[in-house]
Design a binder for this molecule. Structure first.
Ligand SMILES: [Zn+2]
Length: 64
């Protein structure tokens, strides 16, 4: 997969489903670790960038 440019405010769709049923996460912080917020239930997680890259199905750019 090509390198994606992740930015705060984007929504990333991951291969793995959150227990609440949502696949989509809003990006709250980028870096070596990302902070993501589940768009389904609002749960926040810290996750390594390489895991996000490996599991991304789609990146929806936020409105600027
Ligand atoms: Zn959730």
């Amino acid at each position: 997969m090509e390198k994606l440019e992740y930015e705060v405010g984007d929504v990333v769709r991951l291969k793995k489903k959150h227990p609440c049923g949502s696949f989509e996460w809003e990006i709250l912080r980028v870096g070596a670790d990302f902070r993501l917020k589940c768009t389904g239930c609002g749960h926040q997680i810290m996750i390594a960038r390489k895991i996000v890259e490996k599991n991304t199905k789609e990146l929806k750019k936020g409105l600027k």
